[in-house]
Design a protein around this ligand. Sequence first.
Ligand SMILES: *Cc1c(COP(=O)(O)O)cnc(C)c1O
Length: 334
Amino acid sequence: MATILLNRDNFYYNLNQLALKAGSREKLAVVLKDNAYGHGLEQMGKLAYSYGIQEAVVATNNEAIKIKEYFKNILVLGDTPIVDNRLSYAISSVSQLKYIEPNVKLELKVDTGMHRNGIMPSSLQEALNIIKRRKLNLYGVMTHFRSADELTGEYYWQKKEFEEIKRVVKEAGFSKTRFHSHNSAGLLRAKSFDEDIARVGIAIYGYNPLPKVFDFIELRPVLSLWAKRVSTRELKSGSRVGYGGDFIAPRDMLISTYNIGYGDGWFRGDSKNPYYIEDRFPILGRVSMDFLSLEGNRDEICMMQDAKRVSEHFKTIPYEVVTSLMPHIPRIII
Ligand SMILES: *Cc1c(COP(=O)(O)O)cnc(C)c1O
């Protein structure tokens, strides 16, 4: 089995960079859904807490319960609301407001253009009326940007839509309600930030989703992925390695097998276009469920230090590379 190392200094460095953008560390809500983007929910929750983060965002109640002690409030994006003063819930439909338990801390999600979740702005008044009539606890109002990481003006029109939503909510008398819309890309490109919290995911893990043309803010990858040698053998020129014998030794060579495979969440990939690990040795032949082969006999190898480079090779995004890493891999804080 492989091992994941989590670099605490890099994590704190990223949080510093983002706190500077947001105005304070109290404004950072760290997004820890999907096992903290594959980094390990409990480890990252604890590290965020020790840095002084007070807000988190997760997808499910199960995730929230595991890290509840570390945060002042945890926003749950997609699960059945529970009444708990440390949990708030994203609510995306008017009909849900009609039967929700009145003491739930609810955060109304408004669709300002992504068209995935949230009530339409045209239903806002109706939603606010129900909230008032039923004396619901409107803890927050939120929206999500669909393309803050793209070099277009869409970020600005969604932002403008949301300003209008805020105006209507405040005018309806909700003075304590908090507002938030920015994800990592939104916060990193914001010239001034005046909302209550920013929901930062990919950036805390060390990946800047903005194209290079924006003011570049350096972030440092938190996670690295390692594997250990399980066996070594000498091959004669012409010998074939792994399933299908896809790799054919071009000369006599020494190869070793390492304990990582697609069962750990690594990519099976295409053996004709091999991935080069961090020391620039290519994977030889097909990746198996739990093993892969490399030239040489190093005891330990680094598969990845930068999910961006990996994502470019496998034609995906850093988000997918890190969230694919299976929960069974040990995660060690260094
Ligand atoms: C996942 C998610 C985020 C974080 O997005 P990043 O691009 O990783 O910063 C923020 N808000 C919502 C609603 C999300 O689902």
